[in-house]
Write a new protein. Structure first.
Length: 262
């Protein structure tokens, strides 16, 4: 069985966002990858990792969070068309979360100390957009954009920046270090905002709580993500969850939600 350090290295070599690569890797080593059970692939992956890599799945927690996508406003949709941004990235000058990084990242610049400090390695987070009339659907709804798993936790943004540099990767936009400037307001959903004041607010939150999470994408769809209706949420959670302070959810609820990607 691999040690945790070896397991971490294994994950770094084979990022889970690469669907075809991970299926090839796990099909060679895991009988679960070819199981006839009806569970989604990420369930098989969790079982395989517990057996072969040695993670204790009892330690895993699951959460549900929401964010405002770039296509939320007319100005954001103009930025999508002008700069060819994916429509369902975050809307701000510091993408939070930053789904476009090879290791998507979560920090404290949006929820402050309410969310990121609660996360640990192997925790999982499902990200919905806020509710709105998005194109292609008649009524207001949510979109399911990502299911992430925490790969690394850092107590400071500088430690996170050092790690990304060591992987020869660009810094995520929500990594608050001096060398990493914010996006221009023309790349956001609110181009009339004062960029300096906007970014200063993020710096203040980072100074209070510097936790930063680098994640692996279990599922990620920045173009045409699945529609999630009120009926879907009630079927899974028994209600429409309140996500201002992202709630913990059960593994079963996480699995059911992620199955909407199918």
């Amino acid at each position: 069985m691999l040690s945790r350090a070896e397991a971490s290295g294994f994950g770094a070599k084979f990022p889970l966002a690469d669907e075809s690569a991970k299926k090839e890797i796990y099909s060679k080593h895991s009988p679960l990858a070819t199981s006839s059970r009806t569970h989604s692939f990420h369930w098989d992956l969790r079982s395989w990792r517990s057996e072969y890599i040695g993670y204790n799945c009892e330690e895993m927690a699951c959460y549900l969070s929401t964010f405002k996508p770039l296509c939320f406003t007319a100005a954001g949709r103009q930025a999508v068309a002008r700069f060819r941004h994916p429509p369902f990235v975050d809307a701000s000058c510091r993408r939070e979360p930053d789904f476009e990084s090879p290791y998507p990242s979560i920090s404290t610049i949006c929820h402050g100390d309410l969310f990121a400090p609660r996360l640990r390695r192997v925790d999982r987070i499902a990200f919905l957009t806020v509710k709105r009339h998005y194109p292609g659907h008649d009524s207001a709804h949510w979109r399911l954009v990502a299911a992430l798993e925490v790969a690394e936790r850092f107590e400071t943004h500088q430690a996170a920046a050092d790690w990304y540099h060591a992987q020869a990767l660009p810094l995520p936009s929500n990594c608050m270090v001096r060398e990493n400037a914010p996006l221009g307001v023309e790349h956001t959903a609110e181009p009339r905002k004062d960029l300096r004041e906007w970014d200063l607010g993020y710096w203040k939150r980072t100074r209070r709580t510097g936790v930063f999470l680098a994640c692996r994408a279990l599922r990620l769809r920045l173009h045409e993500p699945p529609v999630v209706t009120k009926a879907d949420l009630i079927a899974i959670f028994g209600k429409v969850p309140v996500t201002r302070n992202p709630p913990s959810i059960s593994e079963t609820q996480f699995d059911k939600l992620v199955c909407l990607f199918s």
